[in-house]
Design a protein around this ligand. Sequence first.
Ligand code: HSC
Length: 680
Amino acid sequence: MIETHRHGTILAIQIGNPPVNALSEDVRRGIYQAIEAAQSDDGISAIVIHGAGRMFSAGADITEFGKPLAEPGLAVVIDAIEASAKPVVAAIHGSALGGGLEVALGAHYRVATASAKLGLPEVALGLLPGAGGTQRLPRLVGIPAALDMIVLGSPISGAKALDIDLVDKVVPEQRLVEDAIAYAAKLDRPRPTGERAVSFDGGEFDRFAEQNARKIKGLDAPQACIEAVRAATTLSLADGQEKERSLFHRLMDGAQSKALRHAFFAERAAAKIDGLPKDVALRSVAKVGVIGAGTMGGGISMNFLSAGIPVTIVEMAEEALDRGTGLMRKNYEATAAKGRMTGAQVEGALALLTPTLDFSALSDCDLIIEAVYENMDVKKEIFARLDGIAKPGAILASNTSYLSVDEIAEVTKRPQDVVGLHFFSPANIMKLVEVVRGDKTASDVLATGMAIARKIGKVPVVSGVCFGFIGNRMLDPRLEGAMEMLLEGATPDQIDRVSVGFGMPMGPLQMIDLAGVDIGWHRDPTRIESLRDALNALGRWGQKAGGGFYDYDEKRRPLPSPAATGIIDDYRAKAGVTPRAISDEEIMVRTMHVMVNEGAKILSEGIAQRASDIDVVWIYGYGWPRHTGGPMFWAEQVGLTKIVADLERYADRLGDDFSLSPLLAKAARDGRSLDQAKAR
Ligand code: HSC
């Protein structure tokens, strides 16, 4: 765990706790003992702390959270580092995150590689830096930079850290330890961070709160982070740390941190595929083909281009191809205008794109993704053609959001090479990719699908084949419930407010407005068999048509629509429905609980490998509020017994298609989690 080496009079303390050098009990004890022993060793003039392997340290060992804290605590170790009478240098490569950076802040001097990542991401776990970070960082870099790093959790590079005086020197990675030792050899005294005063003018907090109000609204941890940093401006290090500690414990015991820590591990668990050997050899993906230059095809292509992977994009007509590539350029330029890309990066990405009308240009691609509209016959025709031209071993993927990957694979002579790669709109931004495992999908194809999704910055989750896979299958009862309640008497605003109040980015009807009220519409304005038909017949197709359930202002904010209200009232009257009052509780059950019920079915059928995979799908695909942990975690926190009781209470309003998931009923009855109930 901890190794020490002497280099002349310099003691190097190496943290070795793979894979991320988490500061587990043994590591803490090892550092503490080495620092203490060095104090009375006349042969040691200075100390260097560095990490073995990929990084300095990813911070406290999150797996220890929730268990009794074993001594020495991290704050004690860091205080001992700072109190060292011999200068201590932290030598940082890879990542120094959370408690890892706090160790470096306790050191008297810091050297880092230019590409190292330094950050305090505790806020993403619903916590704050609890080992002195909120007190030491402002003393080193001032309030504005400290607030950015602590409250927003955004890491910075070693190069940027040098600019803001967080590190003293940037050195090349291959000479990190050697240069840190040489640096330490020249130091003659310690320089405790805690002895510095914080410079501030008082206005920093208000300015920060104003600029970031939207990002931190309703979240416990950012508020506590601000409070802790504020303490650094008035209290001594010791008193500030005490304040920090009490805020840390309050957050640790709260529901939000529990949910956020669940989300952290859920995301990593999703990377693990049942029944797949860990060492399965991946197929190489050096060139990608995309069929269809529509919004999805364009967005999907951008992900690969941005990751430096060449893309050949195929369309049927010149006009569609030009429109698609034009939109990609526009999107890239918008990103550049926000300062997130340079002009050279935009041109570099687009230079990797080959637009063509020639289908056979896909013959040298390693992965080909079909992204045309949802029609099984069209998809089958494309895959049959692909089978004829794709090179042996190429992965053939469909971006279908509902259709059977097995049925698509059947038209080829290589169903083992076929997989679903379901991106979410807008595909260049949304992080989720459902990697759909067909009956015959080969292990290496599945594993490559997961790996390539990660490579382009996505969060992949494996789904089995069913109509709508994990996400859209759960979306269906949610949207249906909303439409039915609208007919029964609720207003769009009343329905959506329940979801938005819960923390969703938008309600179900706002979502239909965004996707298009006319999706799947028969396009016959005289045939009015549903409320949706009635809206469509009068051109209320959603945002793209200026309005659907809502009108929209120039900032695309939804406004109550007298026109939509008129159409809804009229349709209700014609359908003989007398509107009734609908409670927020009923809306909750019919838009949220029904999803949990469908999720439980998805789990019991093996479409999702584990309940937490479903949470990841909803957090990254639909903006489910991360601080509630995802729908399945949320349901378990509410209590499955309550979820079941609520569903049963409204059973007669849930429609003939509704049936209670036997797995959900069993888990509730036995007082177990859904995964436990499934395993039995
Ligand atoms: C913290 O530091 C709190 C402190 O402020 C003070 C606490 C003191 C409290 C005192 C009381 C008052 N621990 O992500 P990967 C695992 S909070 C344990 O796939 P990458 C991960 O689960 C911490 N395990 O790798 C996975 O395990 P699996 C603040 C951790 O290369 C494996 O390592 N720090 C862990 O893509 C590989 O991870 C953070 O929030 C940890 N800290 O990314 C940083 N970190 O293989 C969290 C990772 O079994 N970590 N694991 O699935 C990360 O952001 C990423 O892991 C890295 C590496 C960017 C480091």
